[in-house]
Design a binder for this molecule. Structure first.
Ligand code: NAD
Length: 479
């Protein structure tokens, strides 16, 4: 469905995020026929480029990161006619009058802050000063949204000076993933799941986001952050909210975000014993250890974290959520596993073994869902039971249409243009998530806790296995 004509200004248009994600995403939407008529994309960054040079940059970015989208010949050339560039300094006066002139026309205006968060406040201020912060304006802000509650409040206050909350789109690209939205469709679009979706029937839930890469060239940045700030407070928290929230009355921004906020506010603080932090070790001469990667042998920052989280509310009392995320692990995977309880009584006797239904929601690779169901093992061997998957890999179920599933950035940017905030984090949600995370972080920082070590290519520190074993449970395989 085409969206209304718009001007999208990308502050930081020459940066890494624009190159790898934003520009290719816009091109794919253009290929899909969604960018109408005179819509424009205006790169705005500090470097001195002509419009043609920026178009060359866009071309390179699309060639490298377009992900094999098939477009008709000539599409790229026609996409480039929508691209413009302004050299601008967020902290100075250069370029602002020119930008204001370019976006003068009355139409949807979105400003994507793809720059360091320290510039968010200055950008908001400049937009206001130059008359670009009117009620038709939307701003999109990238992560990290603060490094603790205090800094998140400062960012929120800086934006709130000139923009209403309804104009602010805080991106968490996990929310733009098709499977994540499908999680809501499965929960609230089927009669099958919701009646069972509580501590009476669900034993526990596991959320795993594992990466095989180390911190690579981002060492210096990452070391100031760590897995808790970089992944848990935002991405894993968003997943947890969608699994745990009450059914919103409507699928609209206020209702969905109100319910997510209630979940965050119901989270118990995680005691030290329910938390494991780790740092990866070297793997041969090629893959250095975390400490070597960040160039600081005394760093106490975690590249891995696992924790047991409890939600103190009526629905979830007694059902823990185990979350883990880390770098240099065995495989690259993101999944949520909802592990149901065993049947109250086995009519097949002890030899039939223990069986549970597990609903697995895979974000990557192969976005899809799988429901483990217990059936009779075929053959004459009596009533032996076996677990088999009811597999719903989207690529199989949806056929060729699955290839057209837009990536997270495509969907989210188009939602900004449509003015739909459902899949964006609200300011109070972000603050509540920091309010939950801060005491844990302060705790280990004050104590000077040393992260455990783990082998590269493993599933994380041994201690993380114990987190589950002592509860008589185990992590799902990382594959
Ligand atoms: P980058 O360093 O590659 O690019 C920064 C951009 O900001 C450049 O275009 C630069 O010209 C511009 N810029 C810097 N100072 C400026 C100023 N004073 N005035 C105007 N423009 C200025 O950074 P990036 O990796 O593209 O990241 C941008 C933002 O997105 C950051 O907040 C980052 O944390 C976030 N982010 C990045 C990624 C990623 O994969 N790169 C992922 C998630 C979030």
């Amino acid at each position: 469905i085409p969206v209304d004509e718009f001007d999208l200004v990308i502050f930081g248009g020459t940066g890494d995020l624009a190159r790898r994600k934003i520009l290719p995403a816009l091109f794919r939407r253009f290929c899909a026929g969604q960018m109408e008529g005179k819509s424009r994309i205006i790169g705005a960054a500090r470097s001195d480029h002509s419009t043609q040079e920026f178009r060359d940059f866009v071309t390179e970015s699309i060639r490298e990161f377009n992900g094999g989208t098939h477009c008709e010949d000539g599409t790229l050339e026609s996409f480039l006619t929508h691209i413009d560039y302004v050299q601008i300094d967020a902290l100075g006066t250069d370029g602002w009058a020119e930008l204001a002139e370019k976006v003068e026309e009355k139409r949807i205006r979105a400003f994507y802050f793809s720059v360091a968060p320290s510039l968010f406040g200055a950008l908001a201020e400049r937009l206001h000063e130059h008359g670009m912060a009117d009620s038709d304006t939307r701003i999109v802000v990238e992560k990290p949204f603060g490094r603790d509650l205090a800094s998140a409040k400062v960012l929120n206050a800086g934006l709130a000076q000139h923009f209403d909350e309804s104009q602010i789109y805080r991106i968490d690209h996990y929310l733009g993933k098709e499977t994540v939205q499908n999680l809501m469709a499965v929960r609230f679009g089927n009669m099958l799941f919701e009646p069972l979706w509580n501590s009476q029937y669900i034993d526990h839930i596991q959320i795993t986001v594992s990466e095989t890469v180390g911190v690579g060239g981002r060492g210096e940045y990452y070391d100031k952050s760590g897995a808790m700030r970089d992944m848990v407070q935002n991405h894993l928290m968003q997943l947890l909210c969608l699994i745990a929230m009450e059914p919103p009355a409507k699928f609209d921004p206020a209702a969905v975000r109100d319910e997510k906020l209630k979940v965050i506010r119901a989270l118990d603080p995680v005691p030290q014993d329910d938390l494991v932090r780790g740092q990866y070790l070297a793997d041969g001469p090629e893959k250095e250890s975390y400490l070597q990667d960040v160039g600081d042998t005394s760093s106490l920052t975690e590249s891995y974290i696992a924790m047991k989280v409890k939600i103190s509310n009526w629905r979830w009392a007694g059902t823990p959520f185990y979350m883990r995320t880390g770098k240099r692990l065995k495989a690259r995977t993101s999944e949520i596993a909802v592990v149901f309880k065993e049947t109250p009584h086995s009519i097949f006797g002890p030899e039939s073994g223990n069986h549970r239904n597990i609903l697995t929601i895979r974000l990557q690779p192969n976005e899809g869902m799988e429901l483990g169901v217990t059936i009779k093992e075929p053959g004459p061997g009596g009533m032996r039971l076996v677990d088999v998957p009811l597999d719903m890999t989207f690529a199989d179920a949806l056929g060729p249409d699955a290839e057209d599933v837009p990536d997270a950035y495509e969907r989210l940017i188009m939602d900004v243009i449509r003015g739909n905030q459902t899949l964006f984090m609200r300011g109070d949600e972000v603050e509540a998530a920091w309010a939950w995370a801060d005491p844990m972080i302060e705790g280990w920082e004050d104590r000077g806790d040393k992260p455990k070590t783990y082998e590269s290519g493993s599933t994380g520190p041994e201690e993380a296995l114990m987190l589950m074993h002592r509860d008589g449970r185990r992590w799902r395989e990382i594959r």
